[in-house]
Write a protein that binds this ligand. Structure first.
Ligand SMILES: [Zn+2]
Length: 210
C-alpha cells in the first residue's frame, strides 16, 4: 500500500481533452512528490469516471455497493488504478518530451485495455457503431478498462504531436492540444497560464526597478 497524499481543497478539473489524460491529471504537484490526490479510494475512481462521463451513475452506484461488500478486492482494484494512472502519465509525459515510453507502462495500459475489449460488444447508437461494455457489467475494474482504452486509442491514433505536458515547472499535467497551430502550452490558461503571466510581469517589474 502506498502512502496516500492529502485530500485536495478543490474539485477535479477536466482539462486534458481525453478521458485517459484527465485521469492522469487527478494528482497535484509532481508524480514523484504529489501535493494532493483526488483518488484516495476505489469510490473516488468510480466518481471520477462518472464526472468524466465514462460511467453511468447507476452503474457507479452498483460498483460502490459491490466495493463495500468486497473491500479487499476494491483495495486491489484501487492499487491497480493508481498503477494505471502512473503508467498513463509516464507514457504521455515521455511522448510529450519526444522520449520513448517504457515497455512496462505500455504493457499495463495494453493489458487493461485488452481486458475491457474482451468483454465489450459492438453497439449502434447516435454516434455510430462503437465498442461498449454491456450495461449490466459490474466488474470493479470496469472504469479502468474505459480509461485504458482511451489511452490506447490516443496512443495508436498516431497524433503524437498533439500530446503536450504543461509548460509550468510545478505542474506535470498532460493534455491534448487541439489548437489549430498546436500552440497550447498550459494545462489551463486560467490556472498555470495566468500564474506564468503573473510571474513574467513580476520579473519584468523587478528588472525595471534595477
Ligand atoms: Zn499546468
Amino acid at each position: 500500500m502506498r502512502d496516500i497524499p492529502p485530500a485536495p481543497d478543490h474539485d477535479i478539473e477536466l482539462s486534458g481533452g481525453a478521458l485517459a489524460l484527465d485521469f492522469a491529471n487527478t494528482v497535484g504537484g509532481t508524480h514523484v512528490r504529489p501535493t494532493h490526490d483526488h483518488l484516495r479510494s476505489y469510490g473516488d475512481i468510480a466518481s471520477f469516471a462518472v464526472l468524466a462521463g465514462a460511467l453511468p451513475p447507476g452503474v457507479a452506484k452498483r460498483l460502490a455497493e459491490r466495493a463495500e461488500r468486497d473491500p479487499r478486492r476494491a483495495a486491489a482494484v484501487y492499487e491497480l488504478g493508481i498503477a494505471l494512472r502512473e503508467s498513463i502519465w509516464a507514457v504521455f509525459s515521455a511522448l510529450a518530451s519526444g522520449d520513448s515510453p517504457r515497455d512496462a507502462d505500455l504493457a499495463l495500459i495494453g493489458d487493461a485495455a485488452a481486458d475491457g475489449a474482451a468483454r465489450s460488444r459492438l453497439v449502434y447508437d447516435k454516434d455510430g457503431v462503437g465498442w461498449s461494455l454491456p450495461p449490466e457489467s459490474d466488474d470493479l475494474e470496469r472504469p479502468l478498462w474505459d480509461i485504458a482504452r482511451s489511452a490506447a486509442d490516443l496512443l495508436t491514433s498516431g497524433d503524437h504531436d498533439r500530446i503536450k505536458e504543461c509548460a509550468s515547472t510545478t505542474c506535470e499535467w498532460v493534455f491534448l492540444d487541439r489548437s489549430r497551430n498546436r500552440s497550447r502550452r498550459w494545462c489551463d490558461m486560467s490556472d498555470c497560464g495566468n500564474r506564468a503571466k503573473a510571474r513574467r510581469f513580476h520579473a519584468k517589474k523587478q528588472t525595471a526597478r534595477v
